[in-house]
Structures are given as structure tokens and as C-alpha cells.
Write a protein of this length. Structure first.
Length: 243
């Protein structure tokens, strides 16, 4: 494992992405920064955190055996690696909000941004960006955000948590590479937030939808049993869970 530690950078994901423009980095190249000035979130959002308090890290993983349709397995492996890690640090009520937000007690404590590198229609690698709120105590305007410290009162060593995350990421990618796909999918669905519970969703084309999350399909789309008793699948751009 090759770890690059920085004081400040625009975005650790962007840093790794730039590296991949010239060559394929070593497997498990890790970039961790105390501060990001241009942190990126899902769907073009910004990821802003207090300098020095949280984990902002990206990992480059070579992807050899996965085809493009299976890329959601990367999301599942990383989400499971994070919940496994946080469980070891006694964080309770952990859930994965589809596709890959990590919640504790219904509050978001970790966001994941996965950017896959595809060449000639083949998966080559994945840049796995993780933003874990660790010791930050105040979140302006983010009523649904929390941190490990806010939840437990403990001040954590970011290094210790990062070490465990990296260990768990390797564990889940080893499982994936050894073909344990249904094990991974089952475990992911078992931790899915609001699985089998009546929920309301905001649809992209305005309007709302009531239904029950039944799991994910083979490409990672969310399966919802709707009020009119049909199963429908949605991708990230189409739907947002209201909670
Ligand atoms: C989300 O919107 O929930 C995803 C947030 C991902 C943030 C992490 S922090 C480290 C890495 N570098 C980035 O610019 N973003 C990811």
C-alpha cells in the first residue's frame, strides 16, 4: 500500500484522477488530506468539512474482473467496509442509505464518491472517495449530518479509523475478486436504510412516490414496491428518499 499524506488539496479524488491520466497507479494507492478546498460530492455537489477534523481520503483500486454492468459491486464493497469499520468503533444503528451514504441513528456520517476509470469499454480501476465525519462538532445548515464524535462524545484518532477502513476495503475486494457476489449483495441489502418499510420518495420529474424498498437489482438500481402494487426500479438520477 502506498499512502500520500497531504495538508491541503482541492479534492483527493481529483488528485488521484489526475494521476490516472498519465499511468495506472499502484493498487491501493491512498491519498489522504487534512483539508480539501474543493471537495466533491455525489451528483455534482460540494463536500465541505472543517479542516483537520474529518477523514477525507481517496483510494485507487485496480479493477480487473468486473464488467461495466457490475460496477455497483464497488459501491457495495466500500459501503460494507465502512459499516464494518464503524461497528468496530462501537458506532450504533448503522445503515446504508442507497446508494452509498452511511447513516447512524438516521444521520449521515459518511459520504462516498466512486469514480470509475473505464478504457475501451472495460473497467480498469476505481477511485474511491470517502468523506467520514469524525471529530467535527458543528454542521451549519446540515440538519441531517452528524459525526462520530457528536454521536458518542469520544474524540477519535483519524489514523486508527483510516487503518481499519483500508483493512476492510481490502477484505471486501478480496471477497469480490473471489466471486462472492451474492454474499456481498445480501449483506448490503441487509443493511439498507428503510428496507421493507413504507417510505416516500421524491421523483426527479417532480411529484412524490410512496412505496417500499425491496432491494437492488443486478446493476444496483433501487427496487421499489409501489402503492399500485408493481415493482419499479430507479437509478440515482431519478429518485430521492425523503426521510
Ligand atoms: C457524497 O456526496 O455523499 C459523497 C462525498 C464524498 C466526499 C469525499 S472526501 C474525499 C473524496 N474527495 C472528494 O473530493 N470527495 C470525496
Amino acid at each position: 500500500m502506498y499512502v500520500i499524506k497531504l495538508d491541503a488539496i482541492g479534492s483527493t479524488n481529483a488528485y488521484l484522477k489526475e494521476l490516472t491520466l498519465t499511468s495506472i497507479p499502484q493498487d491501493y494507492t491512498v491519498v489522504v488530506s487534512e483539508h480539501q478546498t474543493n471537495g466533491r460530492g455525489q451528483m455534482g455537489t460540494k463536500w465541505e468539512t472543517e479542516a483537520g477534523k474529518n477523514l477525507t481520503v481517496s483510494v485507487f483500486k485496480k479493477i480487473l474482473k468486473l464488467n461495466i454492468q457490475e460496477q455497483f459491486y464497488i459501491s457495495m464493497c466500500v459501503s460494507l467496509a465502512i459499516t464494518e469499520t464503524l461497528g468496530k468503533f462501537q458506532i450504533k444503528q448503522l445503515r446504508i442509505k442507497w446508494p452509498n451514504d452511511i447513516l447512524s441513528a438516521n444521520k449521515k456520517i459518511c459520504g462516498i464518491l466512486i469514480e470509475n476509470i473505464i478504457k475501451n469499454n472495460k473497467m480498469v480501476g476505481s477511485i474511491i472517495g470517502i468523506g467520514l465525519n469524525v471529530n467535527q462538532k458543528f454542521f451549519n445548515d446540515l440538519s441531517q449530518a452528524s459525526s462520530l464524535s457528536l454521536l458518542t462524545g469520544v474524540i477519535y484518532s483519524k489514523e486508527e479509523i483510516l487503518f481499519e477502513i483500508l483493512k476492510q476495503i481490502q477484505f471486501y475486494f478480496d471477497l469480490l475478486e473471489s466471486g462472492k457476489k451474492s454474499f456481498i449483495k445480501n449483506k448490503y441489502e441487509n443493511q439498507l436504510f428503510r428496507m421493507n418499510k413504507p417510505s416516500t420518495f421524491k421523483l426527479n420529474n417532480d411529484g412524490t412516490l410512496s412505496g417500499i424498498i425491496k432491494g437492488i437489482d443486478n446493476v444496483g438500481k433501487l427496487i421499489i414496491w409501489t402503492e399500485d402494487e408493481i415493482l419499479r426500479t430507479f437509478d440515482l438520477k431519478e429518485i430521492k428518499l425523503l426521510y
